[in-house]
Design a protein around this ligand. Structure first.
Ligand code: 5RP
Length: 220
């Protein structure tokens, strides 16, 4: 089974969380795209859908689904999204698609966060995947220098502007042994909009697909 098939399996497994009347946040990325394609069959159960990016919004609308604003829905029942890395504490690295800030807002605003991944995303220590950091453009170099102090290697994602009009630094060479502390510390650096670490608000459920099927992991 190839990686795309595993992503599709994980996405399909998330459908069991769609209950009648659910208010749903939808993440961004290729795994979530499979979820969106399946979601259409459950449209009658959806009280409201909020998108984490313009790309997701467009895909939802293209399938005839109505997209609402978080401002109008209030808190959400469920958030479904992929990840770039996940560990046994349900901490995640996200933002490979550059949607990390809106994703983090929806994760925080949701009572349950279901993360859908294939097994290649499972790691012992976060940081092999370059950590995406959304930055205010005029602070980009200054923020980059703050990551150099912890031996990170920040790389500007050139020719990319986030849905919020900002830039992304991808910070390589990190071994994030304390994700909660790291997230809190670097979120406070002036000029950082958010770091793509989801540790203070981890996933609640991980659905991980490998060749033998989809494993469900629940955070205690
Ligand atoms: C986008 C994300 C995605 O969830 C992450 O990059 C995983 O993407 P994919 O499902 O394509 O592997 O955080 O900002």
């Amino acid at each position: 089974m190839d990686q795309a098939a595993r992503k599709q399996q994980a996405a399909q497994a998330a459908l069991e969380f769609i209950k009648p009347g659910v208010t749903l946040g939808v993440g961004t990325g290729s795994t979530v795209n499979f979820f969106i394609d399946e979601l259409v069959r459950h449209r009658d159960d959806l009280a409201a859908i909020v998108a984490s990016s313009r790309a997701t919004e467009a895909r939802l609308r293209a399938r005839g689904l109505t997209v609402s604003e978080l401002e109008d829905t209030g808190d959400l029942d469920l958030y479904v999204d992929g990840a770039d890395e996940a560990n046994k504490h349900f901490h995640l690295i996200k933002g490979g698609g550059g949607a990390l800030t809106r994703e983090k807002i929806l994760a925080a605003a949701s009572r349950k966060f279901v993360c859908i991944i294939d097994q290649s995303k499972w790691v012992a220590t976060l940081g092999q995947f370059p950590l995406p950091v959304e930055v205010i453009p005029m602070a980009r170099s200054w923020v980059a220098r703050q990551f150099l102090k912890v031996r990170g290697q920040p790389v500007w994602r050139e020719n990319f502007v986030t849905d919020n009009g900002n830039h992304i630094l991808d910070v390589r060479n990190l071994q994030i042994t304390n994700p909660v502390e790291f997230e809190s510390r670097f979120n406070q650096v002036p000029g950082v909009v958010t770091v793509g670490l989801f540790a203070n608000r981890p996933a609640d459920v991980i659905l991980m697909a490998d060749d033998s099927g989809v494993k469900r992991l629940d955070r205690r």
